[in-house]
Design a protein around this ligand. Structure first.
Ligand code: 7TS
Length: 431
């Protein structure tokens, strides 16, 4: 390619050049990506759908849908328990999902991947097993002011049950995680630090490497809520040295009903199971039951079999695109949207942290967030309005609700323009 042509291509909207040595697609071509998502082809109220609610849940590419249909049509069966051909193939498909996840996040082994129903269940699992077994009166758990309810309430339940102390790391007016304040909260009684990797309500990327280092210096473990990070950036759990990492499949282009708790093997195997039943035992008699090692001891009952296949297909899809390409595309969108939205009269962005992912929460003068959501919906634009299951951070900013545009790998700058245009209608109607 001529240099000039190359320059034009790098400049062109929505095209991100791949990095040398990357064996993923030759360039991130958003139109090609969009063609993989059948749901995006529709119109809503006669307008092309603009889906900007990816932080709540993302859409599914044909590759994921097809992998799940194929499983149901050709080899569906229960796993781990049948000698017959279908059961073995279903087990292979299910376990391949686990292997793909392990590789995707660079876990040390497949045994470090526990399948759960989602991030919420993954965090509750740690609170209910590690927390109940190893935390007691006066032990401290540190969370941040911008956690989703699913990383607040399980620790409050543990506080009420076991008498632990819950401490909260403050954030500044831009939504930055205050590392100095965090360091001051750490004490020899701190047993666990449970912090989000990316805030779903503000878009802040937390300084995870520093958070982990400081916690480990004091002997505390770290649990990361990675729900909003995994679909948008490369995550290496071993490079980060996190002890637990929780996420949901449905936000990373996979199906609902399945999520993951990554945990270091030596920690997982010290934790007692919390649900008893089939598949998690080594042997059962009325006198005594012994348990399998992790991850199986935490997977009682028939698991989400076809969902694991779908999650594996989502990982294949993301790896083929290349997470660096996805991240670069979305960071371009974030920069563009931030500039465009900031120029809308009367609009304020809630959350302007130094390190941000593709989430923009905003308020408009004289307009309730729900009205914004309803009006832009009429223009085909899907955004979320509300407290985003993060009420404490909304209280921190003195607002009950915000509107939120959150980007995924298939979004374009043209779609941002449609949102901005729709917001002009909000001003006309309400402003
Ligand atoms: N943690 C974070 C940071 C989240 O954003 C969410 C879901 C969860 C945990 C819970 O995930 P689940 O799959 O177990 O429900 N966040 C959102 C949101 O921002 N809008 O709808 C759901």
């Amino acid at each position: 390619m001529l240099n000039k042509e190359k320059e034009e291509m790098t400049k062109a909207t929505n095209v991100v050049e791949m990095t040398a040595g990357d064996n993923s697609m030759s360039a991130f071509d958003v139109e090609r990506v969009r063609a993989d998502f059948p749901i995006l082809e529709q119109t809503v109220y006669g307008r092309p759908l603009v889906y900007l609610d990816n932080a709540a849940s993302s859409q599914k590419p044909r590759q994921v849908i097809n992998a799940m249909s194929e499983a149901y049509e050709t080899y569906y069966s229960n796993v781990h328990r049948g000698l017959h051909n279908l059961s073995q193939r279903a087990t292979d498909g299910f376990e391949a999902g686990r292997e793909k996840i392990a590789r995707f996040i660079n876990a040390g082994s497949d045994d470090e991947i526990v399948f759960t129903r989602g991030a919420t269940e993954a965090i509750n699992l740690v609170a209910a097993t590690y927390g109940r077994a190893f935390l007691g009166e006066g032990d401290e758990v540190i969370i941040s002011h911008m956690e989703h309810h699913s990383n607040i309430v399980p620790w409050q339940m543990l506080r009420d049950e076991k008498g632990i102390t819950l401490k909260v790391v403050p954030i500044d007016d831009d939504g930055n995680f205050l590392l100095d304040e965090y360091e001051k909260l750490l004490t020899p009684r701190t047993k666990l630090v449970a912090v989000t990797h990316i805030s779903n309500a503000l878009g802040t990327i937390t300084p995870m490497a520093d958070i982990v280092r400081l916690a480990h210096d004091r002997g505390a473990l770290v649990l990361v809520d990675g729900c909003q990070a995994l679909p948008h950036m490369k995550v290496d759990v071993r490079a980060l040295d996190v002890d637990f990492y929780a996420f949901s499949s449905h936000k990373m282009y996979g199906p609902t009903g399945i999520g993951v708790l990554y945990g270091k093997s030596d920690i997982l195997n010290t934790m007692p199971p919390y649900q008893g039943g089939g598949e998690m035992i080594a042997s059962v008699s009325f006198e005594e039951t012994t348990y399998k090692a992790a991850p199986h001891r935490f997977e009682a009952g028939t698991p989400a079999i076809v969902e694991a296949v779908g999650l594996g297909a989502a990982v294949d899809y993301l790896e083929a695109l290349g997470m660096d390409n996805v991240a670069a595309h979305e960071s371009g969108l974030l920069a563009y949207a931030t500039q465009k939205l900031s120029a809308v009269p009367g609009l304020t962005i809630n959350g302007q942290a130094k390190e941000k992912a593709g989430i923009i929460a905003f308020l408009m003068e004289n307009a309730h967030a729900h009205d914004i959501g309803t009006i832009v919906d009429r223009a085909g634009v899907a955004v979320r309005a509300g407290h985003h299951c993060a009420q404490p951070v909304m209280d921190r900013f003195g607002v009950a609700a915000t509107a939120r545009a959150s980007f995924g790998l298939y979004n374009t700058r043209e779609e941002v323009d449609v949102l901005v245009e729709a917001l002009a209608a909000v001003r006309e109607l309400l402003g």
